[in-house]
Design a protein around this ligand. Structure first.
Ligand code: NDP
Length: 325
């Protein structure tokens, strides 16, 4: 028997409960993993509360991330005892996810735990942290260097935001953050932010072009905030856009692109190819300072997930939440 958070649909509502299941309930897959930790991402919040159409079929075990130890494998790539990480691939959406003591998935969806990382710290990073690293790599690939100027991080107190701040600061960039929560300023400064700008500074409708301020940006918010950021990018600057915490629309014009050569680079972690994931995880282990794990993470149990799921959809969670299953 194993414990799992199970989502069921009652009428139009999504209802969650912690249940005891046996192995016959596990879905098809080549590798069975004893999950040690999962984590709570924005997408998990939408799935668990039912606020977003994330779950494709019920009953569903949510959790787009997990880390644990292989207990059974039909794949030559993994053996019993291997420590593994899973993020994305639709797990926790259309296939049972990580908020359970056991999970069964396809071998190609797993990456081996990098040297120097354990399950707990891997989930403190999780999908949010992987996405932050992919955003930083996107800025690097488009040629943004620390000498070119300041990098803006939006939605800074959240999971992607906090990891982005820590990574960029470690790489020597000057990081300016946008946050709607002044109470998180001290944490952001401790993570490496040089300046915190209030969210409302970005909420007036953007002019097509504004004063050039940013060499690069990591945007987790979308909508009018991203439009404002685009209007303030330096000539040739790049925005790595990964999120929609403020909305999925983008009320902008072509001006930043055609007059300033601004690059808008989309970033996706869900279907990201395995070789890029491995590179990103290895860099995360090397770059993230110990202070990140101390400053920006908290632990909950399966029973405590529902409360935080609601909070994350309301923009009220700070940093990363790991789930001890
Ligand atoms: P969090 O909820 O942890 O962080 C989002 C942050 O955005 C909040 O902490 C808040 O920061 C800010 N925010 C919240 N609501 C609003 C709003 N209405 N307007 C402006 N800012 C707001 O989420 P994650 O960090 O886990 O994810 C961030 C976004 O990135 C989500 O949209 C998520 O879906 C997306 N994402 C995309 C991935 C991909 O592969 N493309 C992978 C992972 C996440 P503050 O209070 O400091 O302003």
């Amino acid at each position: 028997m194993f414990k799992a958070l199970l989502l069921e649909q009652e009428g139009k509502a999504t209802v969650s409960s912690v249940q005891e299941l046996d192995d016959s309930h596990l879905p098809e897959g080549e590798v069975t993993v004893a999950v040690e930790y999962s984590s709570l991402n924005y997408k998990d919040g939408l799935a668990i509360t039912g606020k977003g159409k994330i779950v494709r079929n019920f009953p569903m075990v949510p959790g787009i991330d997990f880390a644990g130890t292989v207990i059974d494998s039909a794949s030559p790539d993994f053996s019993q005892g291997d420590k593994v990480i899973l993020t994305g691939w639709g797990v926790g959406e259309s296939h049972w996810g990580g908020m359970a003591q056991k999970a069964r998935v396809k071998a190609r969806q797993l990456v081996k735990m990098p040297e120097g990382l354990d399950s707990r710290n891997a989930m403190m990073i999780g999908t949010a942290g992987l996405t932050a690293m992919l955003c930083v790599m996107a800025l690097e690939q488009s040629g943004v260097t620390p000498e070119q100027g300041e990098i803006l991080v939006t939605g800074a107190s959240g999971g992607v935001g906090t990891v982005s701040v820590a990574l960029l600061a470690k790489l020597g960039y000057d990081v300016v953050t946008v946050s709607g929560r002044p109470e998180n300023s001290a944490m952001l400064v401790n993570l490496g932010a040089k300046l915190i700008l209030p969210r409302n500074r970005f909420e007036e409708p953007a002019r097509p072009l504004d004063k050039q301020l940013w060499a690069g940006a990591v945007d987790t918010v979308g909508s009018k905030l991203l439009a404002k950021v685009l209007s303030e990018m330096n000539y040739g600057g790049t925005v790595a856009a990964c999120g929609l915490a403020g909305g999925f629309d983008l009320p902008t014009t072509v001006m930043p692109f055609i007059l300033r050569g601004v690059n808008l680079q989309g970033v996706d972690s869900v279907m990201c190819p395995t070789d890029k994931r491995i590179e990103a995880w290895e860099r995360l282990v090397k770059l993230l300072p110990e202070s990140f794990y101390e400053l920006a993470c908290r632990k909950v149990t399966l029973e405590g997930v529902a409360e935080y799921a609601k909070a994350i959809t309301e923009g009220q969670v700070t940093g990363r939440i790991i789930v001890r299953v």
